[in-house]
Design a protein around this ligand. Structure first.
Ligand code: GTP
Ligand code: MG
Length: 195
């Protein structure tokens, strides 16, 4: 595994306070508790970089991390957690939508889904939203470690079948590190590509 340097740049709760776009950016989005922060930590190989929690709805702001002084990884607040008040969910939605639509430096969004649950309506909406705004998506099915072999094959097939044409699909686990190299490869392709 490659090692990476990572530095927390900013945490933003107000769309007016987004940091100025700089290096190419790749964001991680997905339902609350799906494992976005864990994935970020695994990608850079630092456990405590992004805060992980058993309580859904933990990441309430957009967190920016500078990686290897050449790209920015972005931890987005999760969606779809019913116990978060509607008012707060609306605020996050606005925050994420402002970010996704207005961000020149954004090269791709990793849409993280639970491999056991595959793509749910909320995820589908996000994928459609990204497509409508010309933002490339990388679909990652995570927590693969929680499935036995037979279940995994079936879940993987169904995940691939549910992904929009053209989007890359990766199966991974932040616990075991499986699929992390493939995910890096997909991220790097988008970092190099011009939008
Ligand atoms: P919010 O910020 O609340 O939206 O959550 P998040 O998507 O950032 O999830 P987080 O990384 O905080 O992880 C949520 C829970 O899932 C934690 O208990 C993690 O340890 C667990 N988890 C994350 N990734 C994996 C994985 O690949 N495998 C397993 N078994 N557990 C995982
Ligand atoms: Mg989080």
């Amino acid at each position: 595994m490659r090692t990476h340097t990572a530095r927390f740049l900013a945490g933003v709760a107000d769309p007016r306070h987004l940091p100025r776009p700089g290096y190419p950016e790749v964001a991680v989005a997905g339902r609350s508790n799906v494992g976005k922060s864990s994935l970020l930590n695994r990608l850079v190989g630092q456990r405590g970089l992004a805060r992980v929690s058993k309580t859904p709805g933990r990441t309430q702001q957009i967190n920016f991390f500078l990686i290897d002084d050449r790209l920015t990884l972005v931890d987005l607040p999760g969606y779809g957690f019913a116990r978060v008040p509607v008012r707060v969910q609306e605020r996050w939605k606005q925050l994420v939508e402002t970010y996704v639509t207005g961000r020149r430096s954004l090269r791709a969004v990793v849409v993280l889904v639970d491999l056991r649950r595959r793509i749910e309506p909320d995820d589908g909406q996000l994928l459609a939203y990204l497509e409508a705004h010309g933002v490339p998506a990388i679909v990652a099915g995570t927590k693969a470690d929680k499935l036995r072999r037979g279940e995994r094959l079936r879940a993987t097939r169904e995940l691939v079948a549910g992904v929009p044409a053209g989007a890359v699909c990766v199966v991974c686990s932040s616990t075991t590190g499986e699929g992390i190299d493939q995910l890096w490869a997909a991220i790097e392709r988008h970092v190099r590509a011009q939008r």
